[in-house]
Design a protein around this ligand. Structure first.
Ligand code: PRP
Length: 171
């Protein structure tokens, strides 16, 4: 990676925390929950891939894609759904998987949508949490508190670059 950057969470640290998160999730859900992991594109793709392989429960995987226009606002309807996934969520236990919760707008809107579609339960697992979101459902599973700075890597981008880095860095 070129340019000034500082590794914030290295590969080993992330791997170990992802594995702990999987144990936390296994403590809440059992085989009978037929869990669906729903990853939000694109940022969650690396985290979801690692997390899904660590969870020792039967599960299904789906994705949603939203675009934000109005980050930081508290008004409703500030994300547009571009792809809402394939697996019907009615009556199902859904775990929304996010790379980072910032203003909380995305999680708030997506959780509301999943509930409106009749999901039996909806919880959120985010790798990083800025802990500034208010008025949004609190993620049940959190990997790390996000430090200040613009973070890239492990799914997170800057103008679409750096998503592939195996670690998380601050630009
Ligand atoms: C980022 C991130 C979260 C959202 C968090 O997505 O992946 O989905 O922003 O912000 P919020 O809490 O303020 O809503 P982004 O829109 O950058 O798209 P990407 O996942 O494709 O990178």
């Amino acid at each position: 990676m070129s340019g000034a950057h500082q590794v914030v969470f290295d590969e080993a640290t992330i791997r170990s925390r992802v594995s702990e998160l999987a144990r936390e999730i296994e403590a809440v859900y059992g085989d009978e929950h037929r869990l669906i992991l729903v990853g939000l594109l694109k940022g969650s793709f690396v985290f979801l891939a690692d997390l899904a392989r660590e969870i020792r429960l039967p599960l299904q995987v789906d994705f949603m894609s939203v675009s934000s226009y109005g980050h930081g606002t508290t008004s409703s309807g500030s994300v547009r759904f571009e792809y809402s996934g394939r697996i019907p969520v009615a009556g199902r236990h859904v775990l929304l998987v996010e790379d980072i919760v910032d203003s909380g707008t995305t999680v708030r809107e997506v959780v509301a949508r999943l509930r409106a579609q009749g999901a039996e339960s909806v919880e959120t697992c985010t790798l990083l949490h800025k802990r500034i979101a208010s008025g949004a459902p609190q993620p049940r599973f959190v990997g790390f508190d996000a430090p200040n700075g613009f973070l890239v890597g492990y799914g997170l981008d800057h103008a679409e670059d750096f998503r592939h880095l195996p670690y998380i860095a601050s630009l």
